[in-house]
Design a protein around this ligand. Structure first.
Ligand SMILES: Cc1cc2nc3c(=O)[nH]c(=O)nc-3n(C[C@H](O)[C@H](O)[C@H](O)COP(=O)(O)OP(=O)(O)OC[C@H]3O[C@@H](n4cnc5c(N)ncnc54)[C@H](O)[C@@H]3O)c2cc1C
Length: 395
């Protein structure tokens, strides 16, 4: 219980993958005591966004290896499997990637073992007011005072293409797979469903929706690219990061991040699974952009493609990832108005090498990518962020 007038040592804003990992790291690496740290998040359960997104797309296996998870010790998941005598099939090559089910079970174990749920305060931060001796974080129901803040608010909003927003307003059957309101059950069973997007989420969604009675049309702006990694593993260590972090020009850093990300690519096994579906004629594929969508009735939409071809669908599912804007909305843009909170020309914060954006205000996840690099939003990004923040505290 936090008293109205008490001042916390640490408040983590956002209790998803990053916020949960950081809370564990700050306590177990003795940066602070449990009683002095809280995690502010509107969801009462940790990892709610992760679970929603991964389950919506129908993900079966992670893209990252078994050493990327929510515990501090890299081999924790491996040891967990040995103790629980899990099946071998819980990992797949390359790099022993765990099943989502195993990853989530291990994450629950880490959360329960370390009492991380008890650290949560259910509320969303709407404003941060930096101060000299403490900062104030305004939620919708309360104001919290804290000496240190880590902002770990995630990736931002699902990205809607213009034509898609327009037909949604007109009431067409269209949803985004990463939206809170996405519900697979609302997609008709005997129907043609167009999935629009070209990366892991799109291909996973197409595979999970295809069934003997439901034909899926995957429309990707490019042919399916294969890559087992979100970005080259060299971005997780000194091979590329040394040069990246010594580059003083943030426009160059931004360019390197964009070039490094294998956006719109899928792992080998997903590619194979998708090819199999096409062979069974449960999926069709267009490597083309949609230029216009025309809802001709309540359950029929015509999609006009760049080549002039037209394809019809009874429902559309967008799998176009997240907006590329700076996450955190007004809370972050208000802070960024103060010249003390440095930002690059792309609008993203420029934290120091310990991820400090201002005295006692730290960043993790996408917000920290100009310092962490292309893997910032990923599971490994949480570990890198924690190492940087902790290394300042225990130096
Ligand atoms: C389908 C899918 C599959 C993926 N697979 C992998 C993978 O295999 N390996 C990998 O490394 N990465 C993967 N990723 C990427 C990565 O795991 C996610 O980007 C990760 O969940 C980001 O963690 P986060 O804590 O930054 O954000 P989230 O997990 O989204 O958490 C952010 C939290 O902040 C809270 N929040 C937001 N605003 C506020 C506010 N104002 N006040 C308080 N709380 C707030 C939200 O409620 C949420 O709980 C995947 C992503 C997706 C979508």
């Amino acid at each position: 219980m936090i008293h109205r007038d008490s001042i916390l040592e640490w408040l983590i804003v956002g209790g998803g993958v990053h916020g949960t990992y950081l809370s564990n790291a700050l306590i177990r690496q003795r940066v602070t005591h449990r009683s002095d740290l809280r995690v502010l998040d509107p969801h009462d359960e940790p990892l709610r966004e992760w679970k929603k997104c991964t389950s919506n797309v129908g993900m079966k296996f992670l893209r990252s290896p078994k050493v990327h998870h929510l515990d501090l010790e890299p081999f924790s998941l491996k040891h967990y499997v040995e103790c629980e005598s899990c099946e071998e099939r819980n990992y797949i090559p390359p790099n022993d990637r765990p099943s989502l089910e195993l990853f989530n079970r291990h994450a629950e174990n880490v959360i329960n073992r370390n009492g991380l749920k008890k650290l949560r305060i259910n509320d969303a931060a709407v404003k941060i007011e930096p101060g000299r001796s403490f900062h104030s974080v305004y939620g919708s129901n309360q104001t919290l005072k804290t000496r240190n803040i880590v902002i770990a608010v995630g990736n931002g909003k699902p990205f809607w293409l213009d034509w898609a927003s327009m037909i949604k307003t007109d009431g067409a059957k269209i949803m985004h797979v990463l939206d809170n309101c996405y519900c697979k059950k609302r997609i008709p069973e005997q129907a043609v469903v167009a999935v629009v997007g070209g990366g892991m989420s799109a291909v996973q969604t197409a595979i999970s929706l295809a069934s003997p009675n439901r034909e899926v049309v995957l429309i990707s702006p490019h042919s399916i690219r294969i890559n087992n990694y979100d970005s080259d593993p060299g971005w997780m260590g000194p091979k590329y990061l040394r040069k990246f972090r010594s580059e003083p020009n943030y426009e160059i850093r931004r360019r390197w991040i964009s070039e490094a990300r294998n956006r719109g690519s899928v792992t080998h096994e997903l590619y194979r699974n998708f090819a199999l579906l096409r062979k069974k004629k449960r999926c069709r594929f267009f490597a083309e952009k949609v230029v216009l969508a025309d809802p001709i009735s309540t359950d029929m939409i015509l999609l006009h493609l760049e080549s002039g071809e037209i394809t019809a669908a009874n429902a559309i599912v967008l799998a176009t990832g997240f907006e590329q804007d700076v996450p955190g909305g007004v809370m972050i843009s208000d802070l960024a108005k103060d010249p003390g909170f440095r930002c690059a020309s792309c609008g993203f914060p420029i934290p120091d090498r310990h991820l400090k954006w201002w005295d006692g205000i730290y960043l993790s996840g996408t917000l920290a990518e100009l310092e962490i690099g292309p893997s910032a939003p990923n599971l490994i990004g949480a570990r890198m962020a924690a190492n940087k923040i902790v290394s300042e505290m225990v130096k």
